[in-house]
Design a binder for this molecule. Structure first.
Ligand SMILES: NC(=O)c1ccc[n+]([C@@H]2O[C@H](COP(=O)([O-])OP(=O)(O)OC[C@H]3O[C@@H](n4cnc5c(N)ncnc54)[C@H](O)[C@@H]3O)[C@@H](O)[C@H]2O)c1
Length: 262
């Protein structure tokens, strides 16, 4: 049995993750963590009344004995401290929270190396998003003019999405940085052309009703290609999280991207 702590369990993704962990025959829910929690034990919540799982509200209060894997769906402000704490205590982090900066990822990689602890940061656990990123990287070799549109629910804190940024980084590995659009273009409204990542424009849409969606648009002389993925329900991320949990304790470094474990 893999013993799991779910950080951010009061949130949308954390709640879905708790249910996945409880339903998985190989996983045991060892603890949950969320500063928003009022309970001391998860059995104070009606739907979990038959369980006995400690609830933590502060990082320093967490007892690390009996925890193998730390699943994190929290916030861009919390994720770095959480991931560092897990690695320092030799708990393998499986990080779904987006918004980590490149320097923070580099520091976490060092801590993982020092403690010889495996971990994963996955901007997207959905298989359709992982495939979209791979297909987009392949297409960019032939169609180097690309714009990305990501669409999310209006409670999302970070922009652009981790998936959009990761898509742009993967594309940047295979194409020359170059300016796109008319060199003389102007913005009548600032931001109209979107964020700029090495010449690629990224547009972030936030609307109620959406979950997580992304389109990568390629244009060439006389032709265009659009690759699109849609996550309609948070359960779509759970098979990827489960795979990561199953495989992560065999690793001894911090990996970025679910494709590294598939
Ligand atoms: N990787 C993926 O596949 C994937 C998919 C969906 C969402 N996400 C990301 O997951 C994160 C959470 O999304 P959500 O929609 O569940 O958000 P949410 O706001 O519903 O939930 C976040 C929860 O984290 C809690 N929290 C805040 N600080 C914390 C801390 N220090 N420690 C523990 N918990 C803390 C909050 O109280 C809240 O309950 C976001 O960064 C989102 O972009 C990733």
């Amino acid at each position: 049995m893999v013993k799991i702590l779910v950080a951010g369990f009061k949130g949308r993704m954390g709640n879905t993750t708790v249910k996945m962990v409880l339903d998985h025959p190989g996983f045991e829910l060892a603890a949950v963590y969320d500063p928003r929690a009022k309970e001391k034990n998860i059995n104070e919540i009606a739907e979990f009344s038959d369980l006995d799982v400690p609830v933590y509200r502060e990082l320093t209060a967490i007892s690390c004995h009996d925890v193998d894997v730390w699943i994190d769906f929290t916030s861009p402000k919390a994720v770095f401290a959480n991931a560092k704490f897990a690695l320092q205590n030799k708990i393998s982090p499986v990080i779904g929270t987006t918004g980590l900066q490149d320097e923070q990822v580099a520091e976490l990689k060092k801590v993982a190396q020092q403690t010889q602890t495996g971990g994963l940061i996955a901007p997207n656990f959905g298989i359709s998003a992982v495939l979209l990123m791979q297909f987009a990287q392949q297409a960019a070799k032939y169609l180097p003019d690309v714009e990305i549109i990501e669409m999310h629910h209006d409670n999302k804190l970070d922009a652009p999405s981790g998936t959009a940024l990761n898509t742009a980084k993967l594309i940047a590995e295979v194409r020359q940085e170059h300016y796109q659009g008319n060199p003389d273009e102007t913005e009548a409204l600032p931001g109209a052309r979107g964020a700029n990542y090495q010449g690629m424009r990224i547009h972030s849409v936030r609307l109620p009703g959406y979950v997580a969606h992304e389109q990568v648009l390629f244009g060439g002389p006389g032709e265009a290609l659009t690759i699109r993925q849609d996550s309609f329900d948070r359960s779509s991320f759970m098979s990827g999280v489960a795979v990561a949990v199953e495989k992560i304790t065999d690793q001894h470094e911090l990996l970025v991207g679910l494709e590294n474990l598939l």
